[in-house]
Design a protein around this ligand. Structure first.
Ligand SMILES: O=C(O)C(=O)Cc1ccccc1
Length: 320
């Protein structure tokens, strides 16, 4: 029997743990949107790297990990974790508003806080407020916000920057609420799975790739032109170091559309010709405000099919 591939909703999820992370909240939202699936289980992992490894090893079907934030940008552990190692593909995206509290053991006052711990993205989003409230405190990165809360509860650090729900989960008090420097930040999480037959297009999809281009004049312009001439909008583009040498970059790109759409398939094939290396990282339903934007008629599948049919007639001599 052919595999249902990514059309079937996964049931065994890994997420960046421990309990109380934003990743867990995003997973709850995702599972809710997939419908009540019997037998769903969620497994906290110590880091983004171990969550991805659990999927690569086949221990879990899917992992939900943070990809980027509206204030702080991309999450390097996820970006790099998707590019290095056995292939993985994104099958869903989830957006979650994130708000932070400063969580302490009951009875601790601001004067008693010498160390503040959290995930680097959470610390970065609260940098100004932490400096203002706790100018002398040491700031310590941890694997996740809830990991910091757990360590505070265990006595390892004095304060954690985490979700209100994590403070509650680990028996901590919120010394300060609304800690973020820029309220209203949104984090985008992605669900990753091992490659398989992709779910079909929904009409409002995104595709993620990475492309390595050589150091030559106009190389990036050539890459971008392949999207532009086919009417494909990019929703994210950033460069990541390849770790090879300065001057060779990997571009991480999200574009509108699905690999099964003619214009997107064509553009990816063109990039394969043009770039040193292209890695397909998945086509999946988009969950942001851009969903529902109509595709221009001249770059729709029917226009591509019509053009191919015309070319076939030219080649067989029945049309010019
Ligand atoms: O550590 C967490 O709770 C995460 O899910 C990662 C994260 C950290 C900071 C903002 C958004 C997500």
């Amino acid at each position: 029997m052919p595999s249902a591939g990514h059309s079937a909703a996964p049931t065994r999820f890994a997420y960046l743990g421990p309990e109380g992370t934003f990743a867990e909240a995003a997973l709850v939202r995702l599972v809710g949107s997939l419908g009540t699936t019997p037998g769903v289980s969620a497994h906290p992992e110590a880091s983004i790297a171990t969550a991805l490894a659990a999927v690569r090893a086949g221990e879990r079907e899917a992992a939900l990990v943070p990809m980027e934030n509206s204030v702080e940008g991309s999450v390097p552990a996820t970006m790099d974790g998707l590019v290095v190692g056995d292939p993985l593909v994104i099958t869903r995206e989830v957006f979650l508003e994130v708000g932070f509290v400063l969580a302490v053991r009951p009875g601790t006052t601001a004067a008693g806080v010498r160390t503040v711990a959290s995930h680097p993205h959470a610390l970065a989003q609260c940098r100004g407020r932490i400096a203002e409230l706790l100018p002398a405190a040491d700031v310590v990165p941890t694997a996740s916000t809830a990991d910091a809360a757990r360590r505070v509860a265990e006595g390892g650090y004095d304060a954690a920057v985490c979700a209100a729900i994590a403070a509650e989960r680990y028996g901590l008090d919120a010394l300060v609420t609304d800690l973020a420097d820029h309220p209203g930040a949104v984090t985008r999480f992605v669900l990753v799975q091992r490659p398989g037959p992709p779910a079909g297009p929904t009409g409002a999809d995104k595709t993620t790739i990475t492309a390595v281009i050589t150091d030559r004049t106009g190389a990036l312009l050539d890459l971008l032109a392949e999207f532009a001439v086919r009417g494909i909008s990019l929703t994210r583009i950033e460069s990541r170091p390849t770790r090879e040498r300065l001057g060779v970059y990997s571009f991480s790109i999200d574009c509108e559309g699905h690999v099964a759409d003619a214009r997107v398939g064509d553009a990816l094939a063109a990039l394969h010709r043009l770039c040193e290396e292209v890695r397909f990282l998945g086509s999946y339903p988009r969950a942001d405000a851009g969903a529902g934007k109509p595709v221009e008629e001249k770059v729709g599948d029917a226009a591509f099919a019509g053009a191919q049919a015309w070319l076939a007639r030219v080649r067989e001599g029945s049309a010019v």
